[in-house]
Design a protein around this ligand. Structure first.
Ligand SMILES: [Zn+2]
Length: 55
């Protein structure tokens, strides 16, 4: 179950955080923009789906 500590992108326009290493959107975040924590943002829908499926 690749659930990980919350992380988010600081890129302008990003509105969610991620917490699943299988999330393609989360995986596409460039290192330059990658920051730990939720950033006060809601969870990414893709991550929520993966988490709910236990993936
Ligand atoms: Zn995500």
């Amino acid at each position: 179950m690749p659930r990980v500590a919350p992380f988010h992108s600081t890129r302008p326009g990003e509105t969610v955080h991620h917490d699943n290493s299988a999330c393609t959107e989360g995986n596409n975040i460039e290192k330059y923009y990658l920051k730990p924590g939720t950033g006060g943002r809601p969870l990414c829908g893709h991550c929520a789906r993966l988490d709910a499926q236990g993936k």
